[in-house]
Unconditional design. Sequence first.
Length: 481
Amino acid sequence: MTDTPLKLFNSLTRQLEDFQPVHEGEARVYTCGPTVYNYPHIGNMRAYVFADVLGRTLSWRGYKLTHIINITDVGHLTDDGDAGEDKLEKMAATQKQSIWDIAEHYTQAFKADVKALNIREPAQWSLATDYIAEMIDFAKSIEAKHCYQLDSGLYFDVSTVEDYGRLARAVTEEGEGRIDTVEGKRNAADFAIWRTTPAGESRQMEWDSPWGRGAPGWHLECSVMGGKLLGFPFDIHTGGIDHREIHHPNEIAQNQAYCGCGGLDDAAHSGAKIWMHNNFLVERSGKMSKSSGEFLRLQLLIDKGYHPLAYRMMCLQAHYRSELEFSWEGLGAALTRLKRMVMAVQPLREVESAATDYPKFAPALAKFQDAMADDLNTAIALTALEDALATKKVDAGIKRAVVERMDAVLGLGLLDLARTDLRIRPKDAVISEAEIEDALERRKGARVEKDFATSDAIRDELAAKGVEAMDGDPMGWEWKL
Ligand code: AMP
Ligand code: ZN
């Protein structure tokens, strides 16, 4: 299909590298999943839109994709040092609920966002709590050479593996932002792989282990599920850029210990050949932190009347390695762009796709392929799609086939969206859509009759309810709340 090699940025080597699968014809990808102690914010969802685009690109290039996303339902502490509380235990205590119910509720909320954003389901959602026995076995197998026990649990000694922290490119030997919070640690960067419940206390989630009753460390979960479900080394490990600093270096150290392999000049010793990280979605007033009271959820965007795929479009307009600033204006612009595309594909909706060769579309397709092969440059790929849509005097079936091919990667669902789906309709609007349509219909009738008094009266009536009738708008919004 294409000769352009797929180049991906490997955070471990800080270089673009050609994707060369470990297993011929296959692509195995592990993505760090959400910590389900609260709703995901739209920044979190950027991480999964990115992983989805990666997965779609690999599928599109013909690889048999196995994508795993885990659900962190235990182990992620409120502090990246080891002194914090488990985020889920803390939420369960505040809400006076069972931790299992909390995890279930927020897992469902996450999956609803996944669906709304057209993110493909992974081959498996793996729940950390389903792998406790495997985690204990893993820890047992590395304990003698790499770990030591303190009252608070089993700790990993980072000096026992080569090149610890290379992924983070830490400037000090302790690593960035690390706090030596636990008494008795040999190195500041050492981390708990098993957290023993303090004597006289109990946790809602705890299991027996050789190191006492307790719970696994967060980093251990991902090492175990990645290795178990995909086999070491697998192809690609993804996560948000914050994971480059602590979570992933710690996963890598555990993987090196487990595999009994050497330094990271050979990236595969880390457990995965390529480590990829999406940059953050930021918001000026700080509404992107799940642990702060108010934060931006996808549902808030929907309640304000924006179609969730406008947010996907917003993500695609930026390169995944660039920081992206959220603003309502930006979201509005992304929605308008999406609507333009949907209007352009409207005439293709009923057409049969004709997958022949596409000489007229060759430049747009080549541009698209090159953009995606260039470390998933979706911003350019979108313009290639627009080039294709703007191509005139072409067979509609062929055009449809081209749109289908490009959208299989971008995942905007263009052929399934109707222009009217993209209307901005806030949840708290005082007038229903049916009433608006009805009023506009009556107004159209009055205008045909040249009864301008009635037509103006209806317009004023709508205006009083916050609806602006948009006559002759080329974007075909027709009305606006
Ligand atoms: P968490 O639920 O906190 O474990 O995070 C889920 C995913 O979202 C992880 O891959 C994080 O790195 C990522 N993430 C967290 N905050 C942001 C943000 N503001 N923008 C993009 N990704 C983020
Ligand atoms: Zn992880």
